[in-house]
Design a protein around this ligand. Structure first.
Ligand code: CMC
Length: 435
């Protein structure tokens, strides 16, 4: 690029060759320009002005955020400045939830209060169980969850007052507390098992496992290794900045919908196989491959573009997803308890091939968070339908932290992108008999 020889300035010079006019656009925070600054670029006064075109928002920042930082090129993920590796090793899910929601790690008293509040909001209104009973016996747990979270909006009509921070906090606590209960009840529904109600003396994940797996009146003793592994998985999934479901949460929330409706929409986005549904898709893919000897034929179909290697690739990471490395480690601890998942061999072989082959190397396709998590979930006894639900429980914290941030951000308004209209121009209506 030519060096103009002038003093460096934090601006961008733009020449519109249609008119010969020059514009100077401010550059903010390193490399950011405001799309609205281009609106002044016009051919004449009647012109709408220039806009940017960015399908799928691949190069558009929709917000400033202080919640989560990702450096995709270097495989770095931090919540409120803390490296994910440290949080996974030294913290626990509710402490991380507090960090994400409030911005700082809690004091001992603050954490006790938060854990107490979350623990005492775990019950759901009995009528929600009637709603659950209305679903078909084989209804997908994620479909049940999306509907029942939306239904919570009708039980807490005061949640509509999204301008009151205290009121928002009550709804946040309720959602963090009730998600495991709704998830466990959804699971029990399609298993045809009676619901097990929350037990307040158990930990967040211990209570969840108890509501899922207890049979009869005998106490369910969760294995501490599995309980901790689930807690780590929850930490890793708690937030991931402006992904598809978080953007959905912010977009719905920007219309000032209540948090239950907004979160239900975010969950619907997460359900898709390109997003949080990928862990389920990975397990189905590994099961379909079935044997290491079938891998070459499968990889050939991926190279031809007929299939995707699920659990690989990421819009932001162009290096190994740091969450995948931590999960791979945690998998060893889990398999010591549960025995090795027979699909692990296929997964490891797929990874080995993918990390060497040109197709994957050229496109920076590395394992993402979903590649190994499903193997752990399956070894712990979860059916595949529960995998996206296990993603949604912790991500609830991130959605709510981002929703709160959006509501406090004076620059945010109702989300409303522009379009480039490419349809036909005006034409006259022709009555049906004359067409
Ligand atoms: N297998 C095979 N090829 C792939 C894959 C894959 N998993 N992912 C991307 N590619 C190829 C793609 O075909 C394209 O090739 P070409 O340039 O020849 O057309 C190139 O890589 C770029 O792909 P893209 O679709 O433009 O990339 P994207 O940033 O739009 O997509 C992604 C990101 C995560 C949707 C995609 O990598 C994918 O579909 N992965 C599989 C699904 C998955 O594991 N999703 C979980 C993501 S992590 C957790 C989460 O966010 O929920």
């Amino acid at each position: 690029m030519a060096d103009s020889g002038t003093e460096p300035r934090n601006t961008l010079s733009v020449r519109d060759n249609r008119t010969g006019r020059d514009y100077e656009i401010d550059i903010h925070e390193g490399d950011v320009i405001r799309a609205m600054d281009f609106r002044q670029i016009k051919v004449d006064d009647g012109d709408f002005g220039m806009m940017t075109y960015d399908p799928a928002f691949t190069n558009t920042a929709s917000t400033r955020s202080t919640v989560t930082e990702i450096d995709g090129a270097r495989g770095i993920l931090r919540y409120r400045g803390y490296p994910i590796e440290q949080l996974a090793e030294k913290s626990n899910f509710l402490e991380v939830a507090y960090l994400l929601l409030k911005g700082d790690l809690p004091s001992s008293n603050e954490l006790d209060q938060f854990v107490h509040d979350v623990t005492y909001h775990t019950y759901i209104h009995e009528n929600i169980t009637k709603l659950l009973n209305g679903f078909r016996y084989d209804a997908h747990a994620m479909g049940i969850m999306i509907s029942s979270v939306a239904a919570l909006s009708t039980f807490y009509p005061e949640a509509k007052d999204i301008h009151d921070p205290d009121n928002r906090w009550i709804q946040i606590v309720r959602l963090v507390a009730k998600m495991p209960t709704l998830a466990a009840f959804s699971y029990r529904h399609f298993q045809g098992l009676p619901y097990i109600y929350p037990e307040n003396e158990l930990s967040y994940t211990g209570n969840f496992l108890n509501m899922l797996f207890r049979i009869g009146v005998s106490k369910y003793e969760s294995n501490p290794v599995l309980e901790r592994a689930l807690d780590i998985l929850f930490i890793l999934h708690a937030d991931h900045e402006q992904n598809c479901s978080t953007t959905t949460m912010r977009v719905i929330g920007s219309a000032q919908a209540d948090p239950y409706c907004s979160l239900s929409g975010a969950m619907a986005a997460l359900y898709g196989p390109l997003h949080g549904g990928a862990n389920e898709a990975v397990l189905r893919m590994l099961t379909e491959i079935g044997d290491v000897k079938n891998i070459p034929a499968f990889m050939e179909s991926v190279r031809k573009g007929e299939r995707r290697l699920m659990g690989f690739g990421h819009r932001v990471y162009k290096a190994y997803d740091p969450r995948a490395s931590i999960i791979k480690e945690a998998a060893h601890d889990v398999f010591e308890v549960t025995g090795k998942n027979p699909l692990l061999e296929i997964a490891l072989e797929l990874e080995k091939i993918a990390l060497q082959e040109d197709y994957f190397v050229e496109r920076n396709l590395y394992p993402n968070v979903d590649f190994y998590s499903g193997l752990i979930y399956q070894a712990m006894g979860f059916p595949v339908e529960m995998f996206p639900v296990l993603f949604a429980i912790p991500r609830t914290v991130g959605w709510l932290a981002q929703w709160e941030e959006m509501l406090e951000d004076k620059e945010q308004k109702i989300a409303r992108p522009r379009q480039v209209y490419t349809g036909v121009g005006e034409r006259q209506f022709v009555p049906i008999g004359q067409r």
